[in-house]
Structure formats: C-alpha cells, structure tokens
Design a binder for this molecule. Structure first.
Ligand code: FES
Length: 267
C-alpha cells in the first residue's frame, strides 16, 4: 500500500452525475487486483477532511505495466462534487491499493456478474481479468440494473469484452422494467453458473445471496460501505460475520470483497 500525490490524467463526465477520473500512480499498482480500492483525499483543506473510498474501475496500463488507475464515481456529496470539478493536470492524494480482491475458483466456467448502479465500478476490471484468465466470454453474463437508463453504465466496456449484458431499470426507460435480480433468478434457473459476483445496493445483494444460497452457488460480494480510514483504524466499516454472533469484519481490511457465506448483511 502506497500513499502518493497522483496527477489527474483525465476527469470526464460520462453521465448526468457520473464521472471517470484517470490517476497517474507511479508506484505500487503493478499487482493491483479487481475488487481492491483506493482512498482519495480530495482537498488539501479541512473540507472534506476525510479520504473517500473508490473501487479500482480499470487499471491504466503502459508497456504491460499498471501505471495508474481509473475510478468511476457518482457525484453524491461535497467530496465527489469537488472531485468532479478537478481538472486534468491537477493532483489528488491517493492511498492504495487496499483491501481484498475477487477470487476466481478453479474449474469455474459459467460466471454471472450482477451490478446495481455505481456498483458496476469494480466489475469492469473483474470482467476483463476473467477474460484474460481464460474464461470464455460466451460463458460470462452481466446483469446491469439502475433506476433509469442514466444509471446503466459501462455497457460498451462489457460489449468490448464480448460479454452479453442484460440491462434492467426501475422505470423501464431502458432494458426490462424490473429489479436486476429478476432476470438473474430466471437465468440461474435456466443455466446455473459456477460463480456469481455482485456489487450494488444492500437490498440487491441480499436478493443475490438468497438466489445463490438456494442453489448452493458460490457467490462473492463487494460491499459498499462508509470508510473513513481504509486501514482498520476507525472501526467505521464493520460488517457482521455470519457464523459468530458479535464478531465483525472490517470491510476495508477483510473486504471489501467477501464470500457471501462469510458475512451477514443488515436486516
Ligand atoms: Fe476505518 Fe475500516 S475504514 S476501520
């Protein structure tokens, strides 16, 4: 894990409230893995004082070496609003790579990826890693959900990897008008995968876990939670352990990627 002053290579709007920022991280990212995250200090002043966590959306590769990271983010508060106004050539303080990564079990062939809204951020890196690891793109299906069509992100990224994408929206403005977990349930019944990966709102994750559990399908979740330090010091990112009442994991140290059977999502 490294702390560095990273130059902003680009900071582009990709939707009404979504941006992609490229950061030149000169050292420490050679072995960054999908699922890991960075903590970004957005301003040098006291507002906002705390760093913000962002999943690594894509590695920036030059001469076969990871030399930076791209983050996909949604403007939802003061910190991300300031971030969205930063210009190419500026700098932010970046700590990372942090946390656990998605694991690819041996003998997994058929893979389902379930993303809700900005939860898609770490899953593009995962998808490209799966394809590079030898998963046949024809065996990997992405279920993408959002409130409206504006919340369906990264379809082109998945299509460029030749993965099938099933979009759905709450208001029917794109794809099927339903929760993203509805087509997942049909697909699982029709053609059971060897692994489900998911990231998104907690209600969505609970539903995905129930679908996986009903058929004993391995499932890994990337948990989106508040993080103040990213290093196990503030205890602000507690996730309940499934099998030990009163025991908690740190999402920043033990996660953010967890086996779905290891944790208990909030009721
Ligand atoms: Fe501080 Fe996890 S973010 S302990």
């Amino acid at each position: 894990m490294f702390q560095q002053n990273a130059q902003i290579l680009w900071n582009e709007k990709v939707g009404p409230s979504y941006y992609r920022i490229g950061l030149d991280c000169r050292y420490g990212y050679t072995h960054a893995k999908p699922g890991q995250f960075v903590m970004v200090r957005i301003s040098g002043g006291i507002d906002p004082l705390l760093r913000r966590p962002f999943s690594i959306h894509k590695p920036i590769v030059r001469n076969d070496r990871i030399v930076g990271v791209e983050l996909l983010y949604k403007v939802i508060g003061q910190g991300t609003r300031i971030l969205s106004g930063l210009q190419q050539g500026g700098h932010v303080d970046v700590l990372g790579p942090l946390g656990s990564a998605f694991l690819l079990p041996e003998n997994a062939h058929r893979i389902y990826i379930v993303a809700g809204g900005i939860g898609v951020a770490p899953l593009v890196f995962l998808a490209s890693h799966l394809v590079q690891s030898g998963i046949d793109p024809a065996d990997c299906v992405v279920f993408l959900g959002g409130r409206t069509r504006d919340d369906l992100l990264c379809i082109d990224d998945f299509n460029n990897l030749h993965l099938a994408v099933h979009p759905s929206t709450d208001d029917g403005s794109a794809g099927d008008q339903c929760l993203v977990t509805v087509p997942v349930e049909f697909a699982v019944a029709d053609d059971q995968p060897d692994m489900i990966y998911a990231c998104g709102p907690e209600e969505m994750l609970k539903c995905v876990v129930a679908i996986a559990r009903a058929r004993s399908i391995p499932c890994q979740l990337s948990i989106e939670t508040r993080m103040a330090c990213g290093m196990g010091a503030c205890l602000g990112c507690a996730v309940a352990a499934a099998d030990m009442p009163g025991r908690y994991y740190h999402a920043c140290l033990d996660g953010p990627v967890f086996d779905s059977q290891a944790i208990r999502l909030r009721e």
